[in-house]
Design a protein around this ligand. Structure first.
Ligand SMILES: NC(=O)c1ccc[n+]([C@@H]2O[C@H](COP(=O)([O-])OP(=O)(O)OC[C@H]3O[C@@H](n4cnc5c(N)ncnc54)[C@H](O)[C@@H]3O)[C@@H](O)[C@H]2O)c1
Length: 253
């Protein structure tokens, strides 16, 4: 549930990667409910179509396209299609990722590259693909989803952790260049968010106890908590915020 209204987001073209489920679905709902023209990419057609159907009441029905964003040529072509259908892209939310577990000793160079492709590379190339739109619009906002996982020194996904740490380098490395065109780029860094996937795959009694011990706030983080922060960062209310990291983790780190 998003309470605030951001008039600057109405009719803005917003591209969200990995928007069919989890935090991405909350982002699609949040931006669409603000009256934005949302385009989103995913692999999960059934979840995407159900989400679009559920948003029958919004001003602009979200536009879904199936695309494997580890295929950079396909990603570029899909972004071209969104531009042709929706107009110049003013907001990009680089959300898609995969926190699949992998053992340090077992990672081959090929597996390393796959994990970087799904957790980092598309954030760079999607940003590159929309920068011209944002320049033409006189500005824009890019939001890159990071993770507190590597700050917590969690084991079990070292390449995911490496990729997510690099999001901060991506943001810092582009903020000055993009800032010259009034394009803002920020990292949005979630704590442990209770998506259906997290609850099904990873959350157990030990996890609940760890959350109780480590978070300053006792409530569980929900996808909407991240969406609310994304709406603010994307809106003109955040006009002078760039090159920053906003951590939404209930005070864990
Ligand atoms: N959920 C958490 O606790 C948590 C914690 C820290 C950071 N994050 C970050 O927040 C973001 C969203 O997390 P989430 O938990 O909702 O993720 P998720 O894994 O539940 O959902 C990611 C979405 O991306 C899609 N996707 C995956 N690979 C794709 C590909 N190759 N091409 C196109 N789409 C693809 C999936 O189908 C899915 O809809 C991610 O960047 C994640 O790293 C999440």
């Amino acid at each position: 549930m998003v309470n605030n209204t951001y008039p600057s987001l109405a009719d803005r073209v917003v591209l969200i990667t990995g928007g069919a489920s989890g935090i991405g679905a909350a982002l699609v709902r949040g931006f669409a409910t603000q009256g934005a023209k949302v385009g989103f990419i995913d692999l999960d057609d059934a979840a995407a179509e159900a989400l679009v159907a559920d948003l029958f009441h919004v001003k602009h029905s979200p536009l879904y396209r199936h695309c494997d964003l580890t295929d950079t040529a396909a990603l570029r072509a899909t972004i071209d299609e969104f531009r042709a259908r929706l107009g110049a892209i003013g907001v990009l939310v680089n959300n898609a990722a995969n926190d699949v577990r992998h053992g340090f000793a077992d990672v081959s160079p090929e597996r390393f590259d796959q994990l970087v492709a799904v957790n980092l590379r598309h954030q760079f190339f999607a940003t590159q693909a929309v920068a011209g739109d944002m320049r033409g619009l006189g500005g824009g906002a890019v939001i890159c989803l990071g993770s507190v996982g590597w700050m917590q020194k969690n084991a079990g996904y070292p390449v995911y952790a490496t990729a997510k740490a690099a999001i901060h380098g991506l943001v810092g490395g582009l903020a000055r260049e993009l800032g010259a065109s009034a394009i803002r780029i920020n990292a949005l860094v979630p704590g442990w968010v209770m998506t259906e996937k997290q609850k099904t795959l990873w959350l157990d009694a030990e996890g609940e106890a760890t959350i109780d011990r480590m978070q300053c706030l006792r409530a569980r983080l929900q996808p909407d908590d991240i969406a609310r922060a994304a709406l603010f960062l994307a809106s003109d209310d955040a006009a002078m915020i760039t090159g920053q990291s906003l951590i939404v983790d209930a005070g864990w780190v």
